[in-house]
Design a protein around this ligand. Sequence first.
Ligand SMILES: C[S@@+](CC[C@H](N)C(=O)[O-])C[C@H]1O[C@@H](n2cnc3c(N)ncnc32)[C@H](O)[C@@H]1O
Length: 451
Amino acid sequence: MAKIKDISKIDYSSKKEYGSFYPVLEHQETLDGVEDAFQVGLLDHFETEEHDYNKPDFTFIDLFAGIGGFHLAASSLGGKCVFASEFDENARKTYEANFLRHNKDLFYSGNFAGDITKIDEKDIPNFDFLFAGFPCQPFSKGGHRKGFEDTRGTLFFDVARIIKHHNPSYILLENVQNLVTHDNGKTFETICNTLDELGYAINTSPLILSPDDFGIPAIRKRIFIPAIKKALIKKDKFSLNLSTSLSLANEKGAYAIVDKKPVNKEFYISDYETKVLEAWNEFYLGIDIKVIGYPIWAKEFNKDYKIIDTPKWKVNFILKNRELYKRNKKFIDKWLKKYNYLDWMKPTQQKMEWQAGADIDNIYEGLIQFRPSGIRVKRPNKFSTLVAMNQPQIIGKYKRRLTPKETKKLQSFPVDFALPIQNNIALKQLGNSVNIEVVKKVIQNMRSYAN
Ligand SMILES: C[S@@+](CC[C@H](N)C(=O)[O-])C[C@H]1O[C@@H](n2cnc3c(N)ncnc32)[C@H](O)[C@@H]1O
């Protein structure tokens, strides 16, 4: 892979006012991650023959930018970012590492801003597309109009005042799925009313999308609120047609993003975890049922104490565990003895939740998670990405957790996207981000709808 030679020629130290995290690019140590991104071809994601970055097809602003999921998606479609705002230092660091080189204008012009509440909308350059994955907050209870004025004091108000001043052609908001039900639906209603009041048509129904809708083996449902200037489409409502790209079944399931080659040692499960899984696998193979419709609580085996003051659902599970024990007494007693009555196991790991139906024959064919509620085994079809970020799932077949590289694939980030920060922060940032392919589909659809 050819190195980009002029990397050290850029003298950022002279741009003091811009406050870069990477003031002197010759400083190799700080720049390992950054340089990787430059070298391995992150630029290729933007600069294709189709899209000349100096003659963008559209311009956009990236509010609550995080590490730049919207930026990546829009740039790969020929867009150019003219303003971004993010106040978290680690996110800014990652953002800068990945976008500085290909968009120096953004950084040098002072248009990579921090706290959006402190930015005057008049200081933002004109743009075509506004992206914002804003934090969800309730709106004032006192308001009657349920529109722009009611949003004051929230971060959505900052989005709204920017929209009001600039009147861009397109808006794409993104949030957690339960934004729709937040504050008894009032939050969502107020957002829709505000957009309407500001002259925007929105999608007829809440657009809830997950990467697995597009054949990516990750479950991550998010709400998207696409809005197009009414004057542009001469309508008050519209309906994006994403159906053609939905349900691209992926036969490989979770393995589509899993590295087959050995990975760094740190990702493999520990000896203790291996022993825990070995014990539970033996248990699963030895009992008389294959589809377990309730959590296994080893503590309830061989117990007959009177169950009092216990919620009904819990009583039900306890009784089921006792019945299972009675039916399999000979095997379970032997199993308990062999594994020292599980005394060495953490209490939460003395529980097992089988959520794979009859689709797999043993634990190692599944995706496994050590959760506070027990060891959970799922079918190896899709990762649950949110969980993947905080408590990475274990790929049973390879006895290891997901790597950041695989997590990037789940979010459809280029694998050479630089994460110049600690692994756990990097995973959290990826978890907060949007899935690039999903966003790309929505942007493409919005643009073709209006054209
Ligand atoms: C859900 S994340 C957005 C992630 C982003 N869409 C991405 O692709 O990475 C929300 C971001 O908003 C940032 N944020 C919250 N309040 C802010 C403010 N007042 N000004 C600027 N950024 C803010 C947070 O630091 C966080 O990174």
